[in-house]
Design a protein around this ligand. Structure first.
Ligand SMILES: CCCCC/C=C/C(=O)SCCNC(=O)CCNC(=O)[C@H](O)C(C)(C)COP(=O)(O)OP(=O)(O)OC[C@H]1O[C@@H](n2cnc3c(N)ncnc32)[C@H](O)[C@@H]1OP(=O)(O)O
Length: 194
């Protein structure tokens, strides 16, 4: 853990008073670019370090709906195509929520076609993170239930803000949601299928 924190400090991440935050000076912008400004997924890429900071910015709780998941997948594709990008820090722009997970309303009273499209986007999000060539770090700076936990698990490293109030876990069965087979076979119980 100490080594991981040192690594994250080198990348510009610090943990203090229950917060994980990033020092990102705005000078030297020629080495830095942003995309998706004013959207739900903000990306700041620092060419001098090769590290991209991706912040979920969908208040009040960073729900992962179809729009956000699609934006996330497109952002990942752009970073994968950037030869200067070596690592990714995934975090939240909100003060106490990493993400509240999947937007339940995307599965409630919707057509089978919509639900299929939504779950395809969920799978795509996981594939993009789990299969990424970048070094991926989840900087979990708040509550992280359900798909928030899934996102964190799909990263290479996870660092969580030191605050006892924040929880993380796979609570989907409490909501009547069964973990999809592609996830169970690859991440949750791989030993059963190897
Ligand atoms: C292994 C398989 C994984 C893949 C399957 C994944 C499934 C999931 O992700 S299911 C979703 C799991 N998430 C939850 O159970 C989160 C429930 N939410 C919370 O616990 C809290 O909202 C919080 C701790 C994240 C934040 O609390 P707080 O700051 O007090 O905010 P509110 O509870 O007042 O929420 C604001 C607003 O957002 C609505 N909301 C919260 N979560 C969801 C959600 N997952 N889907 C849809 N809507 C959600 C909440 O109802 C409030 O709405 P309003 O009352 O209209 O303001």
């Amino acid at each position: 853990m100490a080594a991981l924190l040192k690594q994250s400090a080198r990348l510009g991440l610090s943990g203090r008073h229950g917060q994980v935050f990033c020092r990102l000076p705005w000078a030297l912008s020629f080495q830095r670019y942003m995309f998706n400004a004013n959207k739900k997924i903000l990306v700041e890429m620092d060419k001098s370090t090769g590290v991209a900071l991706m912040k979920m910015a969908n208040p009040p709780v960073n729900l992962l709906n179809l729009e956000t998941l699609t934006e996330f997948a497109i952002s990942m594709e752009k970073l994968e195509l950037d030869k200067d990008c070596k690592g990714l820090i995934l975090t939240s722009s909100l003060s106490k929520v990493f993400t509240a997970g999947l937007d339940i309303m995307e599965m409630c009273g919707k057509s089978p076609e919509h639900v299929t499209e939504f779950w395809r986007a969920v799978q795509e999000m996981w594939l993009k993170l789990y299969g990424s060539n970048l070094v991926t770090i989840a900087a979990i700076n708040g509550f992280s239930p359900g798909a928030g936990c899934l996102m964190a698990l799909a990263c290479d490293y996870r660092i969580m803000a030191d605050n006892v109030k924040y929880s993380i876990g796979l609570n989907e069965t409490q909501l009547g949601i069964v973990a999809p087979f592609w996830l169970v076979t690859r991440e949750l119980r791989p030993s059963l299928f190897s």
